[in-house]
Design a protein around this ligand. Structure first.
Ligand code: NAP
Length: 244
């Protein structure tokens, strides 16, 4: 049977690469995007309705997330893989952080993702199968003082992974893991200031930023049935950040 994956943030750097990778693996992909309807239409045009369906969902609005995920479940009662990938940055130090930047990042990255998981996890339990991959960040593991809102949201996602993983019963083939990428070449990275990038490179054994294909390949494995003996594991994909 063809497997179905729900991927949030399909239009971003990671999202597009993961989409390509999963379609090549013959998954049916359900994707969500937030704003850019024109770009979303272009993306759909590149695939066929046999491979991909997309929904607009704003993770800042929990009511909207509930409504859209309920609609997805009605349309697709079996969801094999959930990839919680959507996320934003609004970087600042703690003393300069505006209320809006706090809430925008925490709502989108953490509360919105929790709401998606809350609705999709029971679907997986009903089907006794699921793979959940949560996109955290090295900022969530080590914390970054210039990214306090982002670091907290990504640290919270590691907690979400542990919570969901601990709820899985023995008779359910459900595995929850978290990915913590370092700096990966995307538009999000292009928005980072060069000082931050240099700091990362200094502490990174590989002395280079990563590629979206590195993230997509690990995601592909974590989504597969071959991933059968991990649970609540945090996979750092960061060129050995802070390890040399
Ligand atoms: N790039 C890196 O170096 C890096 C490193 C570590 C972790 N990460 C994490 O990996 C994930 C993907 O990163 P990326 O580089 O692909 O980011 P990106 O290119 O900026 O894409 C972000 C995605 O999030 C979606 N999004 C933004 N606001 C949203 C909202 N309110 N509701 C729902 N979706 C929303 C965007 O949708 P629209 O396009 O429709 O606005 C877009 O698809 C993020 O969670 C990020 O924190 C990235």
């Amino acid at each position: 049977m063809r497997k179905i994956v729900l991927l949030t943030g399909i239009m971003g750097g990671f999202g597009k690469k993961i989409l390509d990778t999963f379609i090549k693996d013959n998954y049916f992909v359900i994707g969500t995007y937030a704003k850019n309807a024109r770009k979303a239409k272009e993306l759909v045009g590149r695939y066929t309705s046999k491979n991909l369906e997309i929904y607009q969902m704003d993770q800042r609005n929990l009511e909207n997330v509930s409504r859209v995920t309920q609609k997805i479940i009605l349309d697709y009662p079996v969801i094999d893989v959930l990839i919680l990938n959507a996320g934003i940055t609004r970087d600042s130090f703690i003393f300069n952080m505006t209320e809006n930047n706090w809430s925008e990042v925490i709502d989108t990255n953490l509360l919105g993702a929790i709401q998606v998981a809350k609705n999709i996890f029971p679907v997986m339990r009903r089907n006794k199968f699921g793979r959940i991959i949560i996109m955290s960040s090295v900022s969530g593991v080590y914390g970054r003082e210039g990214q306090v809102n982002y670091s907290l949201s990504k640290g919270g996602l590691i907690g979400l992974s542990q919570l969901l993983g601990s709820m899985v019963d023995l008779n359910e083939d459900i595995i929850v893991n978290t990915l913590a990428p370092g700096m990966i070449k995307t538009e999000m990275l292009d928005m980072s200031n060069q000082k931050n990038v240099n700091q990362f490179l200094k502490a990174c054994c590989a002395k280079r930023v990563g590629d979206t294909s590195d993230v997509a390949e690990l995601t592909r494995f974590l989504a597969s049935k071959s991933n059968c003996y991990s649970q609540n594991t945090l996979f750092q994909i960061d060129g050995g950040f802070m390890k040399c």
